[in-house]
Write a protein that binds this ligand. Sequence first.
Ligand code: H79
Length: 682
Amino acid sequence: MSRAATLFLLLLAGCASPSRGPSRPGSGSESDRRMEWWREARFGLFLHWGLYAIPGGEWKDATGHGEWIRDTARIPLDVYERLLPMFDPTGFDADAWARAARAAGMRYVVITSKHHDGFCLFDSGETEWDVASTPFGRDILQELSEACRRHGLRFGTYHSIMDWHHPDYLPRRSWEERSADGADFDRFERYLHAQVREIVRRYRPSVMWFDGEWEPTWTHERGLRLFRLCRSLDPSMIVNNRVDVHRGGMAGFSGSPDAVGDFATPEQEIPPTGLPGVDWETCMTMNDHWGWNSRDSNWKPAAELIRNLVDVASKGGNFLLNVGPKADGTFPEPCLERLAAIGSWMATNGESIHGTQASPFDALPWGRSTMKPGEETSRLYLHVFDWPGTSLLVPGVGSEPRRAFLLAEPDKPLALERRGSDLRIALPAQAPDPVCSVVVLEVEGKPVVYRAPEIRAESATFVRPLEVSILSPSPGLEIRYTTDGTDPDGTSPLYRESITLRETASVKARTFHGPTPASGVVSNTFRRVEPLPGEAIADPQRDFQVQRFEGDWDRLPDFGALPSKGSFRRRTVTLPDGFRDERVGLRYEGWIEIPRDDVYLFSLASDDGARLLVRGETVVDNDGLHAAAEKRGGIALGAGLHPIAVDWFNKTGDVHLEVRAGALGAEPRPLQSFAPGARKRP
Ligand code: H79
């Protein structure tokens, strides 16, 4: 292997650090220093605890509630307040909690200083709605923060912005009868800041984890102020991105350049290919609730939790695993069992998680991987989920291997054999761990791994000639390709510049090192399609005709089957100025004029859900309850007029609707309805 080849891989990890948004590793900046322990830690404990642990998910006839019980069971404030004198968790032992977390291999703890119900687990000078007002009286944050320090854990706090108890917080819950007269959100913001000051000064959290930021009263400006307050109180404290309004729904990352916050926060999901260049943390429950629910027995098996931890680490993220302690102050038994099982796996294999970076490989058929690159030697950790028998094939390893061994049997070297760019590692017939066994592959210098190229075009279908480009994540290596369906070999054309397709074709590509294949083959099919013919209509309707519907939906209903509650006209698919209606749906119908045969791309941004149809065919489906989110779709259209329809609904909260369109390769513009003489491109 040439020395020159050893430089490629690490270029991927290091991008410049922007001043805003979840921070990007590798720039040697202040943010790198702040994030250092957190990136090393990789695994933490989330704790959701509060008054809601007392009902344990049950209220009247329903048993499915959790930490949201005051809202989901629609409990009036004075009734919910009756839980305060019932809070007496005599079994609470901060050391026992910290010990359980540390033994599981966790390195930090994040506990609810305050959840959406507003109740505080610390003795706040700003409110009586806190643990100091309960019979228990002890300051949970004080005890737990001290215990964490004793047990080698960083301590963090989850603090909800949304607050269903404070009189100045707005809006009220939609079902609530509590008066909002005299409520002053600016005063609430001062309360929030005062509590954050108390928490930071007293408990010195290493992480401040905000949440409940999605209601319309919380704005980017307020987020920025809160973020700056946190920085000024403790510049070394890490703040999550939910301090701001640009969190990007449950995916936890919007990519918005305006967003502040040190890390992205996917909730209950693991981003399929991680979030390259961004610090992120997936938080996840062990069953289906964050707060204690005595009836929820849908526990994820320990094996699944271990593999989730490995999966997250292999994608370069942190895993924040939740426990909802019971009202008596102890962890539920199933949680303790799972923490112990994870701990026993971590005792052997923790080295493959702590302090590691994302996998340098493409998807591996047998499992996952992480790495610890070094100048002299590097370690690749191969997490084998599916034991492949007696040999493990590691694809595209450019580095010179030194040795391999199992973390479970570090003194027994495993035989290594090179097969072209692949390595074969001899394995014992039986997996040392049925859930995940870790093979260490030690290589010389920084790891060099050849990855398959990526074949990209603006659209999978085309009408006019289509430009296809092939990107290599292993710069310096050659790419060869074919368009006739055969696998590229050493004689196939070298890729130099984008390929122009005029007919349907499968493009196949592969990385080569000289004449030797260094990666697998990737393939992508692009289809030439006939555009849907446009219509020539003498006098089509101008403007969009907009029908209004009313109802309480979580997804788009069939407006065609509902009575219209009024109508208006509009030039563009946007909401009228000042439109903020809730529990409402709109259907836009009109004509667009297409100048020439081509594939047209439509982007549909909406809050809540929306769907775009051309000639009755769904082109973009952005349905469901969500904050402002954009989706795209394409369709081949012929010159002339085409009927278009956009359905949109809002349940509650913020509203947004915008449609942009453009031919392949053109800048998408706001969609306008047909207007004679105007000859606007769609
Ligand atoms: O504390 C736990 C939950 O109680 C809390 N976050 C975890 C860590 C949580 N609150 N709400 N949810 C989880 C789900 C809420 C989802 C939605 Fe939205 C709020 C859907 C629409 C508004 C957030 C903003 C997700 C999409 C837009």
